[in-house]
Ligand binder design. Structure first.
Ligand code: RIB
Length: 304
């Protein structure tokens, strides 16, 4: 069976809920403080493992309590963490997350995530059909080496351009599936895209990033998802209606579940439908990694 190999960030998420966001210089009262596992890389690895894929994580934590807690979580989820190394100097990454009316704002202090080094020969052997996944919270030079090796081996390469940061041309060229939300698409295409824009406009902007060997997937929040591939008509799936509690990790649920379903042999259209439902379910629960759904929950939401 093909595997999901995730190179990415591991953070401890420090979460507070508030009824109103503070203005600059203002203090507001919050509640419900929690410290929960997160980081886009870890969240996507947990999502893939819960979906049933053999999952390997590449990354770096600090030599501290947060780092040990994150490694412990990976082990409990059955994720191969033998290639998550420990930095003796830099602390484990953290994310300060404010949740307000179901939506979040996030500030990340990367710590050890940004000291990660991956050379062209590093990491597990990649086999044809393996699904290699990365985001933008670890050094792009490491991701580029990882993706170049994956392409040589005949693997798929999914780049989730989150957060929105410049993507080096060589990395983009080695990406077979690009996954972005509207904000990330706007930054990448250097144009304006809002979540209120007509989907035809979003599709027109995304089309410029499609290549012969590169599919582009745009997650549209509660509106669903759009997928474009050369030689195929655009696919638009409506979002599932759910009671939103916390949107943190919804994009990661989409990416991890999409990667897992590809590794498990789904055709792209079915992987997209599965991931669309899995993203909606993540919004119904608090936290990032803990909100990743099981296949049974996805089946129920899809009425199967
Ligand atoms: O995508 C959500 C994640 O972004 C959080 O878990 C936080 O750690 C940041 O990486």
């Amino acid at each position: 069976m093909a595997r999901v190999i995730v190179l990415g960030s591991l953070n401890m998420d420090l979460i507070v809920e508030t009824a109103r966001r503070p203005a600059v210089g203002e203090t507001v009262m919050g509640s419900g403080f929690r410290a929960l596992p997160g980081g886009k890389g870890l969240n996507q690895a947990v999502a893939a493992a819960r979906a049933g894929a053999r999952t390997i994580m590449l990354g770096r934590v600090g030599d501290d309590g947060f780092g040990r807690a994150l490694l412990d979580l990976l082990d409990r989820q059955g994720i191969d963490s033998t290639r998550v190394d420990t930095d003796r100097d830099a602390p484990t990454g953290i994310a300060l997350i404010t949740v307000c009316a179901g939506d979040n704002t996030i500030v990340v202090a990367s710590g050890a995530n940004m000291t990660l080094t991956v050379d062209a020969g590093d990491g597990p052997e990649i086999l044809a059909g393996d699904v290699c996944v990365a985001q933008m919270e670890t050094p792009t030079i490491a991701t580029a080496a990882f993706f170049a090796r994956a392409r040589r081996a005949g693997g798929h390469t999914i780049l989730n351009v989150a957060p929105a940061l410049p993507v080096p041309a060589a990395l983009l060229a080695d990406t077979t599936i690009l996954i972005v939300n509207e904000t990330e698409l706007a930054a990448l295409a250097n144009t304006d895209v809002k979540d209120s824009d007509d989907i035809d406009h979003v599709a027109a902007v995304a089309a410029a990033l499609v290549a012969a060997d590169r599919q582009v997937v745009v997650t549209l929040g509660k509106r669903g998802v759009l997928s474009l591939a050369r030689g195929h008509a655009p696919v638009v799936l409506n979002g599932h209606r759910v009671d939103a509690v916390d949107s943190t990790g919804a994009g990661d649920s989409f990416v991890g579940n999409f990667a897992a379903r590809m590794a498990l042999g789904d055709r792209p259209g079915e992987a997209l439908r599965y991931a669309n439902a899995a993203a909606a379910l993540a919004v119904t629960r608090r936290g990032a990694a803990p909100s990743m759904p099981t296949p049974r929950e996805v089946r129920l939401l899809r009425g199967e």
